[in-house]
Design a protein around this ligand. Sequence first.
Ligand SMILES: Nc1ncnc2c1ncn2[C@@H]1O[C@H](COP(=O)(O)OP(=O)(O)OP(=O)(O)O)[C@@H](O)[C@H]1O
Length: 227
Amino acid sequence: MSEAMLKLAGVEKAYNKGKANEVSVLSGIDLTIGAGEMVALVAPSGAGKSTLLHIAGLLDTADAGVVEIGGEDMVGRSDRRRTITRRQEVGFVYQFHHLLPEFTAEENIVLPQLADGISRKVAEARAAELLSQVGIADRAGHRPNAMSGGEQQRVAFCRALANSPRLLLADEPTGNLDPGTSDQVFAALMELVRGTGLAALIATHNLELAARMDRVVKLENGRIVVG
Ligand SMILES: Nc1ncnc2c1ncn2[C@@H]1O[C@H](COP(=O)(O)OP(=O)(O)OP(=O)(O)O)[C@@H](O)[C@H]1O
C-alpha cells in the first residue's frame, strides 16, 4: 500500500464508561487507508459509524488504541495540536451540507481558507477551480437556499477539499438525495477525490456506490470486517 494516511489499530470506544448504562461501541478497530485510496464504510444503523469517523477525524478521542494521521501519532496530543492537524489534514462531508446560509457558494469555500491564513485572491481562485471541477461554476454567486440539494452537496465537497486535506471523511454524503441525483453527485465526489490523491473513508448504506470504491469494509459488532 502507498503511504498510510489514516491508521487505526485496536481502537476502542464506549459511552458512559464505567457506569451502569455503559455502551461499548468500538471494540478493537483495525483499519489503514493509504494515500489515493477510497474506502467505503458500510455499517448497520447504530453500529458506530459516526463514532468511528469522529475518532478518525480527531473530533472525539478513543479510550484505547492507535490513531495516526499522515504517520503522526495523535493519541495523547493536546487539543491544540489535534485541532491544527484536523484543520490542515482532514476534510469532512456530512449527510446534510451545513453550509452557511447567508453566504454564497463561493464564500462558503473561501471562508475556511481565509481562517487558515490563505489570501483572498488565492482562496477565490481555489474556490472557482473546485466549483468548476464539480460542474457548478455558474452557481458560485448563489446562496445555498437558491441551489438544489445536489448542488448544495457539491459545494460541501468543495468546502471540505478547499484547504487541500490529505484525508477525507464522509458520513452518508449523498444519503439525503434522491437516487438519481445521489449517483451523479457521488460520481462528482469520486472524480474530485481521484484528482487529488487523497485518502478517503466514505460511509454509505448504498452498496452499489460502495462497490465503486477501491475497497469496502464493514463495521460489525464493534470491529471492521472485510466486505
Ligand atoms: N454521546 C453518547 N452517549 C451514549 N451513547 C451514545 C452516544 N453517542 C452514540 N451513542 C450510542 O452509540 C452507538 C453508536 O452510535 P453512532 O452514532 O456512532 O452510530 P451510527 O452507526 O453512526 O448510527 P446511524 O447510522 O444511525 O447514524 C449507538 O447505540 C448510540 O445510541
